[in-house]
Write a protein that binds this ligand. Structure first.
Ligand SMILES: *Cc1c(COP(=O)(O)O)cnc(C)c1O
Length: 331
């Protein structure tokens, strides 16, 4: 099966901001894009993106999960990067229209259509290192994806990194390209030297998130995760899982979690940890690596509560459980 995110629908929706207004959305070929080599984004990383999914239900309908949340975050990322403001309603309509155009291509669960809105500064002005781009472009790219867990469920190995940071502290809540480039070297090093799957960034001992997913500790009836602040990405999956956990009567604690508390709790039998994100939903973490030592989380295997929470979320996405929070946009 093709790697996640390497297959694209042949067309995408696109709109350009000329300094005054957004052009009417167009559907264009998705295999190329023409930009001036001096475009602001290529030099000064004025770019942000989103990731959300559309799901096929048994009645044949196509349903987009929590589009309002992703539009809100897309708008916020654009603002914090001093990009032109997006019109959330117009971008939402672009998403609905392009997904509708390719509705026959939306895979059956556990597959889905991954939706990638992208916004970047296009102004050809390499003197604008300290000035925003006046013009920009946004497009909605579609990528059908299969079962993320097709290879069987395994648990992840995470390196706890307390010296480095994923990105600059004030950039954490922006879903912006430069942040991922910033985290690459520490992640590559952890993979090569420790056979780790991901780095869990814990600046100064404060457990934050990995390169592209949020971290949750599940200890009995408690779910513990860092409280929202501007240092990390506010995942829609994180919010959804916490909401479902509260619905199930669990004790959800959004607060600071230190490496010391994490390692102490992880040693208890029955403790679980997981990463949350749109692509992988909720992925079990089996091992934490810290200062050259390895610590299994609970028994190191796949946690039952992790699987239960993931299934509860999937059931809503797939139309197998009632959408009590109004998370789906049916098209
Ligand atoms: C996208 C992302 C997440 C997860 O967000 P979701 O909305 O759940 O997909 C978490 N951390 C980072 C750094 C991300 O880029």
């Amino acid at each position: 099966m093709a790697a996640f995110g390497t297959v694209f629908m042949p067309e995408m929706a696109i709109s350009w901001f000329d300094g005054n207004s957004w052009s009417a959305a167009e559907v264009v070929s998705s295999d190329s894009l023409q930009l001036h080599p001096g475009a602001h984004v290529l030099h000064y990383s004025s770019t942000c993106f989103e990731g959300l999914k559309a799901f096929r239900h048994q009645d044949g309908s196509i349903n987009i999960f929590r589009m309002d949340r992703n539009l809100e975050r897309f708008s916020q990322s654009s603002q914090l990067l001093a990009l032109p403001e997006i019109d959330k309603a117009a971008t939402g309509q672009m998403i609905i229209d392009i997904v509708s155009r390719f509705k026959d291509e939306v895979p059956e669960p556990p597959g889905s259509m991954y939706i990638r809105p992208t916004h970047f500064g296009t102004e050809p002005a390499i003197g604008k290192a300290a000035t925003p781009s006046v013009t920009s472009c946004q497009y909605i790219l579609l990528s059908p994806v299969g079962d993320y867990f097709a290879g069987g469920d395994t648990t992840l190995r995470l390196l706890l990194e307390e010296n480095g940071a994923r990105c600059a502290a004030h950039m954490g809540m922006i879903k912006s390209g430069g942040n991922y480039a910033s985290a690459l070297r520490p992640i590559m090093k952890a993979k090569q030297e420790l056979n780790a799957d991901q780095v869990l960034f814990c600046p100064g001992g404060d457990v934050q998130e990995t390169g592209a997913a949020n971290f949750l500790l599940i200890d009995g009836n408690q779910v513990i995760t860092k409280a929202l602040d501007e240092s990390f990405l506010h995942g829609v999956t994180r919010d959804s899982i916490l909401t479902i956990a509260r619905d199930l009567g669990m004790d959800v604690q959004e607060r600071q979690l230190t490496i010391d508390e994490l390692l102490e709790r992880a040693a208890k039998p029955g403790c679980e940890a997981a990463l949350s994100g749109t692509a992988a939903v909720l992925t079990p973490v089996g091992t934490l690596i810290h200062k050259g030592k390895e610590y299994p989380v609970g028994n190191g295997g796949i946690g039952a509560t992790t699987l239960k929470l993931r299934q509860a979320l999937n059931n809503i996405q797939w139309g197998l459980a009632e959408d009590t929070h109004g998370w789906l946009t049916r098209i």
